[in-house]
Every structure is written in structure tokens, then in C-alpha cells.
Ligand binder design. Structure first.
Ligand code: GLU
Ligand code: MG
Length: 631
């Protein structure tokens, strides 16, 4: 979740005093990097995935499953045995927000050759085995996006009570501070977000109204001092802590591009796929012990780190704050970065004018300047006393401070100072899947897509406001089958249109030369598998690319298996994990059609998940029957 500094974290009042200092030096640090590496060309295509894991304990005797809060020790052991002993160790382990979470990546990035696609699943397998080998008996490594009973009484091992009234960082009615990673960065972020906002964060997720769910669904919170009563909406599952969001897991992919231009092009193109891939990977239907009416974590995390004040959210006139801010720090991107993207930038973009000017004066172009000036409307959320005064030539912590707490669907990443890393983009919307096979399929699909976009110079851009509409649809229950998404019809047409309509009104409206819209509403099935007369489909395009590539037989077989999974998820032939989990709960003998996930249901569900993950049990309705699974 970002860089860790050592030392003494400042509280919000003190951090605030340094906000302008951090921004000012952050920009200088960015400019120093930019000027050193803007011309860099021919970096090679490298990429890597990140998988976030939860540590869970299966208590068979009591029929309970709990999150184990020993991520810190597990991480230390893994690092000691791994990267600290051997710099070429095949896995890397990093901390995550929950003290029950860890994050694993390949030790070295993957390269540009096709055969690398055949090593992803092996590496994920290594990670899983490695981490599993240091766990205690009855503990297991879960790749589930949201823990169904997160925040329910006794959900952690050891058990801790939340401390809503005492001094604490979350002050949550449900989520104890002990479930937050012990590194001060995480508690500081939690407390400073709450202090900056002026109240606890508010997360309301619509409840799934089953036959016996009370209507209206209204909960009472005995320990509430009035804040929950004001914030909780009827017919919603109410949550009040950063942990309900950042305590979820995801699957991310980072790409190194050949040059800054290519990185900006990829950033824009991939942004249009964020809602589509999120819907396809949907895996989080349950929150705080209830069945919800959404399938994805996105909005929950967004609300869980929303540090905006009432003024910034437009609830009160601006007095002490500078900007009206339309979105949380964790949200979809607000502007395209490549020159082809400019004409589709149709979202109100709040920028810090002074910073924008500073960047323009330093020779940064309009699109990149406004991107950075937008990220920099935020305040730094955590600052360490020892890290205030830095060497701007050789350090980038102040830039990274703001960059790494703008958690958007895509991240544009300048190289770290004095490194041979190139310009990178990170694809961040996907939810994590049960098996290494599925996770590899999603990763390989998106990497192949970048290859095709670059090789055929494809153009998937649509107005960014339409991508935002897609983000809303993507999170809804069963969006893969029921949602309709704006998508570009002719993806080979970009160049021609750009020449003909620089900034004419037709272009502004997204009209093509015939006056038709460039985009239309499509189902995920149409987008992925194609539909005669509407869109040719991403899988057919990838297949065509693969036919023209030299690929060894084994790798080709692996890739085709992955594409088949994506294809069948999109067509509805296979379920998404969210749908599969819903069906499991619905059929559970203890489920009373009241939207409640009891301890027993949770245990049985996660037991089942675990045996599918470990390959002890097949699950054809979710995964199909890939021929070379478990190789
Ligand atoms: N766990 C977060 C998510 O599910 C991402 C945290 C990170 O940026 O690593 O989106
Ligand atoms: Mg992470």
C-alpha cells in the first residue's frame, strides 16, 4: 500500500502545518525526476503482479473462522527466509493495511517474451506455498477480497474488542485497532484521515433484501454516542472505519513502458478497462456479516479513506478549505494523460492553480501538469518527524507521500530517483480470486491486452465521464450479466478521427465522422466475446494476435486456458466469485433468507473456498475444467 518510513509519526495538527512544505518539495522532487528521465527511451517492457492475502484460522471445533493478527511476524519470517538471504529470491513480501494481511509479488519482474506467461501461475504457487509453510496449524492463506464477517464480534484471533470511546485510532464500533498493521504508517493514516475529516469515516452499503430481511433494515448500536445514528442509512450496512475498506484484498498489475509517452498512452487506454475488469473479477458481496447488494469492494474502500471535510464535499460553503473536491482519494481517475485522451477529458478537474503554474513554467505540458496539480489538491496524511527536510535532488518521499495516498483506478508512476526503473503504470481495480489459476488468468489477460493495444495501436478511449458511469454499474450485483457499459465501437479508428476533429464540437460530443456516437452501451459479453455488427470482442482480437506470435505449445495452451476462463466468465457460463458466494450462502442450511451470514455459514464458506484454492476440490461452475490445472 505504499512506502514505509521509520520514525515518529506526526499527528494531524502537526502534519497539517507541513502540508504546503510537503507539496512544494514534492513538486520539486517530481520535476527533478522528470528532467532527468523524460527523454528515456527503450526501457524494456517489464511487468509484475501483486496479490494481497489474508491469514485466517479455521476453528473446526467451534465452527468459526477468524482473521489471524500475526501478519507482522509472518512477513518478517518470509522476508528473512527470502529476500534478506538471497537477493534473487523468486518472491517478495510486503506489509498491507490489516495486521491479518500480507502482499506477495514475484521477486523479479516478468519480461517481454511470451513464455513468461507460462511462469506466472508457478510463481503465484511458490508464493502461496512459501507463506503457507510458515503458518500455524489450522491457519491458511486466503485470497478473498472481503472477509464476510469483518467487524463482527470475535472476528479476530486473538480476540480484541473495539474501543469506540477510548483513545484509539479508528474509534470504530466494530473494528479493533489491533486489526490494523502495527507499523505506525497505517495507524497514522487511519487517525489522520478521521481527524482531517472531522468525524469517523462513513460507509453505507445497500443491504440485499432477501425474503426475510427486515424492512426497513435498521440496526441499533448500543455503544454509539450518536455518530452512528446520524451516519447510518436505513436499508444499508453501516461501517465506520478505514479497515472495512483497506482491510480488503485485490489483484494489481504494474507495467513498465518503453518511454513516458508509451506509459501515458497505456494509462489512458487501460483506464477504460477498469470498470470492465472490476465487474468480471467481482468477488466481494458480503460486509460485516450481511449479504449486500453490491459485488465489488471499490465504493467501500473509497468511503473508508474519504478524508474530505464537509466544505470539500460541498455540504457547507468553503471557508477554511481551498477546494470543493468531487471524489475521495480512493476513486477513479479524473483526467487522461495522453494527447489522444485530451478531447475525452470531460470531468470537472479540481487543480491547485499555483502548482499547475509552477509545473507549466518548468516546461511540463498541460496534461501532465494538470494530472499532478490534481493529485496535489490533497494534504499529506502521514508524515514522520525525521522525514520533513529532504534532499530534493536524490529523494522523492514528499512526492510519493501524495502520489501513494491518491489511490486511483490507474496510477502513473515516475521512476524513483537514481534508479534504472522506467516509467510505469499500475492497473488497480481487480478483485482477487480464489485460485492462482484464476488470478493468473486475469493478470495474463490484461498484460496481453497491453501488448495488443501497443502492437495494433488500438484506441479504446471514450469520454472519461462515461468511464465513471461504467464504474458505478460495475459494482452492482451481477453487473457481468446485467450491466451495460459504454464502450468504443471502432477501436482502429483513433488516428483518423484525431486528424479530422481536433477540437470541433462533434469531437467534443464523441461523434465520429458519420455523426454516430463513437461509443455505445454493450454488455460485458459483447465487449469480451464480441457480437456481430456491434463489436468484434477482445478475445477474438487477442486470439488473432496469438496466432501471429511465435509461442511454444505449452505456453499457448496455458494462455488459451486463461482466455477461456475470461471468456466464460463474461458470457455467464461460469459464475463470478461474488455470484458463487451468494449461491453458496443461499443454499446453506443455516441461512434464513434474512441477509445474515452467521459464524457457521462463514466457516463453511471459507472452508469450501480453502479446499478449492488448494485444489482439493473442483469447482467447475466457477472455474470450469482447465486441462492443465495443477501442473
Ligand atoms: N487493498 C487495496 C484494494 O483492495 C489496495 C491497496 C494497495 O494499493 O496496495 O484496492
Ligand atoms: Mg497492496
Amino acid at each position: 500500500m505504499g512506502l514505509l518510513s521509520k520514525g515518529s509519526p506526526l499527528n494531524w495538527e502537526e502534519t497539517k502545518k507541513y502540508a504546503d512544505h510537503v507539496r512544494k518539495h514534492g513538486i520539486v522532487q517530481f520535476l527533478n525526476i522528470y528532467n532527468k528521465v523524460k527523454e528515456r527511451q527503450k526501457d524494456v517492457l517489464l511487468w509484475g503482479d501483486e496479490v494481497e492475502y489474508m491469514l485466517i484460522e479455521m476453528d473446526e471445533k467451534n465452527g468459526k473462522v477468524r482473521l489471524v493478527l500475526n501478519g507482522g511476524e509472518v512477513l518478517e519470517t518470509l522476508q528473512d527466509k527470502g529476500e534478506k538471504t538471497n537477493p534473487n529470491h523468486p518472491t517478495l513480501w510486503r506489509p498491507e493495511y490489516g495486521s491479518y494481511m500480507i502482499e506477495g509479488t514475484p521477486g523479479q519482474p516478468y519480461g517481454g517474451t511470451m513464455s513468461e506467461f507460462n511462469t506466472v501461475e508457478d510463481n503465484m504457487g511458490k508464493r502461496r506455498r512459501e507463506a503457507s509453510s510458515v503458518l500455524n496449524k489450522n491457519e491458511t492463506l486466503a485470497t478473498i477480497t472481503s472477509f464476510p464477517r469483518l467487524g463482527c464480534p470475535g472476528f479476530t484471533q486473538p480476540e480484541y474488542k473495539p474501543t469506540p470511546v477510548e483513545k484509539g485510532v479508528s474509534k470504530s464500533l466494530f473494528f479493533p485497532d489491533e486489526a490494523i498493521n502495527q507499523h505506525p504508517r497505517f495507524s497514522t493514516l487511519t487517525r489522520n484521515i478521521r481527524h482531517r475529516r472531522g468525524e469517523k469515516v462513513v460507509i453505507n452499503v445497500p443491504i440485499f433484501k432477501d425474503k426475510c430481511t427486515p424492512s426497513p433494515f435498521v440496526e441499533k448500536f448500543p455503544e454509539d454516542d450518536g455518530e452512528a445514528a446520524r451516519a447510518a442509512l436505513p436499508d444499508h450496512i453501516y461501517m465506520d472505519a478505514m479497515g472495512f475498506g483497506m482491510g480488503n484484498c485485490c489483484l494489481q498489475v504494474t507495467f513498465q513502458a518503453c518511454s513516458i509517452e508509451e506509459a501515458r498512452y497505456l494509462y489512458d487506454q487501460l483506464a477504460t478497462f477498469c470498470p470492465i475488469m472490476m465487474a468480471l473479477s467481482a468477488a466481494s458481496p458480503f460486509y460485516r456479516g450481511y449479504v449486500s447488494d453490491i459485488d465489488c469492494r471499490w465504493g467501500v474502500i473509497s468511503a473508508s479513506v474519504d478524508d474530505r471535510t464537509g466544505e470539500e464535499r460541498g455540504l457547507e460553503p468553503l471557508k477554511t478549505n481551498k477546494f470543493r473536491i468531487l471524489k475521495s482519494r480512493y476513486d477513479s481517475i479524473d483526467s487522461y494523460l495522453s494527447s489522444c485522451g485530451d478531447r475525452y477529458n470531460d470531468i470537472d478537474l479540481t487543480i491547485d492553480e499555483e502548482i499547475n503554474k509552477q509545473l507549466l513554467d518548468a516546461g511540463i505540458d498541460k496534461l501532465l501538469a494538470q494530472h499532478i496539480a490534481h493529485l496535489f489538491i490533497r494534504d499529506p496524511l502521514s508524515l514522520f518527524e525525521e522525514n520533513i527536510y529532504l534532499d530534493d535532488e536524490n529523494e522523492s518521499d514528499h512526492f510519493e507521500n501524495l502520489q501513494s495516498t491518491n489511490w486511483q483506478t490507474m496510477r502513473f508512476k515516475p521512476p524513483p530517483p537514481n534508479s534504472d526503473i522506467g516509467w510505469r503504470v499500475e492497473f488497480r481495480p481487480m478483485e482477487v480470486q480464489l485460485t492462482d489459476f484464476e488470478n493468473s488468468a486475469f493478470v495474463v489477460f490484461i498484460v496481453l491486452l497491453t501488448r495488443v493495444i501497443l502492437s495494433y495501436k488500438l484506441d479504446f478511449l471514450i469520454p472519461l465521464s462515461k468511464v465513471d458511469e461504467n464504474m458505478k454499474v460495475a459494482q452492482k450485483r451481477n453487473a457481468v450479466q446485467e450491466g451495460m457499459f459504454y464502450f468504443r465501437k471502432d477501436i482502429y479508428k483513433g488516428e483518423r478521427i484525431r486528424v479530422r476533429f481536433h477540437s470541433s464540437s462533434a469531437a467534443q460530443n464523441g461523434l465520429d465522422s458519420e455523426g454516430d456516437n463513437e461509443y455505445t452501451l454493450m454488455s460485458i459479453d459483447t465487449i469480451i466475446n464480441g457480437k456481430e455488427g456491434i463489436f468484434q470482442g477482445l478475445i477474438p482480437i487477442l486470439n488473432c494476435y496469438l496466432e501471429n506470435m511465435e509461442v511454444d505449445v505449452d505456453t499457448r495452451c496455458t494462455i488459451l486456458n486463461y482466455l477461456k476462463l475470461i471468456k466464460r466468465r463474461a458470457s455467464g457460463e461460469l459464475m463470478t466469485m461474488a455470484k458463487w458466494m451468494r449461491e453458496f450462502v443461499d443454499k446453506h442450511p443455516q441461512y434464513k433468507q434474512d441477509s445474515v451470514i452467521t459464524d457457521r455459514i462463514n466457516y463453511d464458506l471459507l472452508r469450501k473456498c480453502d479446499s478449492i484454492t488448494k485444489g482439493e476440490e473442483r469447482c467447475p461452475e466457477l472455474i470450469g475444467d482447465p486441462v492443465n490445472r495443477g501442473k
